[in-house]
Design a protein around this ligand. Structure first.
Ligand code: SF4
Length: 226
């Protein structure tokens, strides 16, 4: 079974409109220069593994408070036994949200088809062209699986959102507009501000995030589009 490397009992930020617990899963196949979860991506061994049985016991004691469980990473779909973990949580009658970078459309499709997940938040990194996407993910990647995941979500069989971390220098307003246009008919498109505290690429520490008001304006613009 997957080694769970972190457990946050309650979060109001990870599932729109819900209070959830969050499980952190290790490793990722992307290398986004702005990633602030990189210790979990590169060195998960520095975190103690949290036993699923302990988590389930705690979830039961939180049952009257929480609406569900968010699985995040790293990239959860890298783990071939993720569906087992999802099933185990569902058997205990908790809703499940999945955070993903969209690189494993087959697993996403299977989880949706099986009715096993209740919400998906897919990170989109840049306008959907190979150069810009690879620049934002920090390595050359094929766009095909990303496009497939987007199409799977846009079919609307599961509640979902697209989410983008906006980094000055990497993303201009025009990029966000272009991506909003490409994602048209998705349910929700939210923008997150870049956090310069501990990025994978340390040169980004000096990058000043967008003014929140400017970011909000951009978000309103793309939400109207999608
Ligand atoms: S920000 Fe990028 S590298 Fe970091 S966990 Fe997410 S997809 Fe992986």
């Amino acid at each position: 079974m997957i080694e769970i490397k972190g457990f946050s009992e309650t979060s109001l930020l990870d599932w729109p409109g819900k209070l959830c617990s969050v499980l952190f899963l290790p490793f990722c196949n992307f290398r986004c220069p702005y990633c602030h979860n990189h210790p979990l991506v590169f060195h998960p061994e520095q975190y103690a593994t949290v036993l699923l049985e302990d988590i389930l016991a705690r979830l039961h004691s939180l049952r009257t408070w929480i609406d569900g469980v968010c699985l995040t990473g790293g990239e959860p779909t890298l783990h071939t036994d993720l569906p087992l973990l999802v099933r185990e949580i569902k058997q205990h009658r908790f809703l499940v949200k999945l955070d993903t970078n969209g690189s494993n459309p087959q697993m996403l499709e299977n989880l949706i088809e099986g009715g096993e997940i209740d919400f998906v938040s897919m990170d989109v990194k840049a306008p959907l062209d190979p150069f810009r996407y690879s620049r934002s993910t920090g390595l050359p990647i094929k766009l095909k699986p990303i496009l497939e995941s987007i199409e799977i979500l846009k079919r609307g069989r599961v509640e979902h959102e697209f989410r983008m971390t906006v980094v000055p220098g990497l993303h201009q307003e025009e990029d966000i507009r272009m991506l909003g246009d490409q994602l048209r008919s998705g349910q929700r498109f939210v923008l997150q501000n870049f956090n310069p505290e501990n990025p994978l690429d340390s040169s980004l520490k000096n990058t000043v995030p967008y003014d929140p008001k400017v970011l909000k304006k951009m978000e309103r613009m793309v939400q109207e589009m999608t």
